[in-house]
Design a protein around this ligand. Structure first.
Ligand code: NAP
Length: 262
């Protein structure tokens, strides 16, 4: 972080994080002259990877709390780089940005695309995924939807679940559950081996997008496995979108220049 020419104080950007893209964005912004970055984490993961710049942890207390934080900490622009399924915090960011007039950029990686050979079934929610599984004969299910919301599967006593998550999920869980604590990125080779070793019959995933966790989809395609894919929530309306870290950097730099000129 350095001061911009003319001795103006650095522009402050708050990055709402919890994703690899958020970390990459914070790194890129932190390296630019005239900017200072604070990353915000929800505090769900006990040992998050190191981040450049300042870091704050924990909820803000709803959109009003976030708006107060933005105003109270001299934030010039807000970057929402949270996970595509973190819909609540994204809605709060949109509300707080509107209330304060602070520019907001939403960094949202594109969703995954089905390709020839895929056996995907799109579902609207974890509840719908569980309902689809309930219709199937007993199966070995790899569940990679994170540690939240697993109660939706708790009544499925005929299936065996292999739940892969960064942190141990809390009950209620399905009665036949094996936990695999792991964190991406994953390689195709390792995903192929995992599906074979655990004799997986069906994969359940959110449409998280991104390269870090995509190899499981390739491995499932190669092995002819069906995949239940949970559709993403819509992003808040009217918020400028960036699909890549580079686009987000560009938009944020424009935003702080405009904000500065006002
Ligand atoms: P959520 O349901 O959208 O948010 C719930 C509450 O958590 C928010 O209202 C906010 O509390 C707080 N919060 C969430 N993200 C925050 C952040 N970056 N900084 C400060 N407070 C935050 O979120 P979630 O789905 O539980 O996800 C929590 C975090 O895990 C996010 O940072 C997200 O990027 C990351 N993550 C989520 C998923 C997923 O599948 N949902 C996957 C990977 C990583 P207040 O209202 O009190 O401000």
């Amino acid at each position: 972080m350095t001061s911009p020419p003319g001795g103006d104080p650095p522009r402050h950007i708050l990055v709402l994080g919890g994703t690899g893209e958020a970390r990459a964005l914070a790194q890129r912004l932190d390296a630019l002259p005239g900017l200072r970055v604070t990353s915000s984490l929800a505090g769900r993961v006990r040992a998050p990877a190191a981040l450049p710049g300042a870091v704050r942890v924990g909820g803000f207390g709803g959109p009003e709390g976030l708006a107060a934080w933005l105003s109270g900490h001299g934030v010039h622009a807000l970057a929402d780089a949270t996970h595509p399924f973190a819909a609540t915090v994204s809605a709060h960011a949109a509300t707080a940005a509107e209330a304060t007039g602070i520019p907001l950029v939403l960094l949202r990686r594109p969703g995954w695309r089905e390709t020839t050979g895929d056996r995907w079934q799109w579902v609207a929610s974890l509840t719908e995924a569980a309902a689809r599984l309930a219709d199937r004969p007993p199966a070995r299910v790899l569940l990679t939807t994170g540690r939240g919301g697993l109660a939706a599967f708790a009544a499925l006593h005929r299936h065996h679940f292999l739940v892969r998550a960064v942190e141990t999920p809390r009950p209620p869980l399905p009665p036949h559950t094996e936990i695999l604590l792991d964190r991406g990125p994953y390689t195709l080779e390792a995903e192929r081996a995992l599906l074979r070793r655990h004799r997986v019959d069906v994969l359940v995933t959110k449409d998280s997008g991104g390269a870090a966790t995509a190899p499981k989809l390739t491995a499932a395609r190669e092995q002819g496995l069906p995949v239940l894919v949970v559709r993403r929530p819509e992003p808040p309306p009217g918020v400028p979108l960036a699909a890549t870290v580079a686009q987000a950097v560009h938009r944020l730099r424009q935003a702080v220049r405009v904000a500065h000129a006002d």
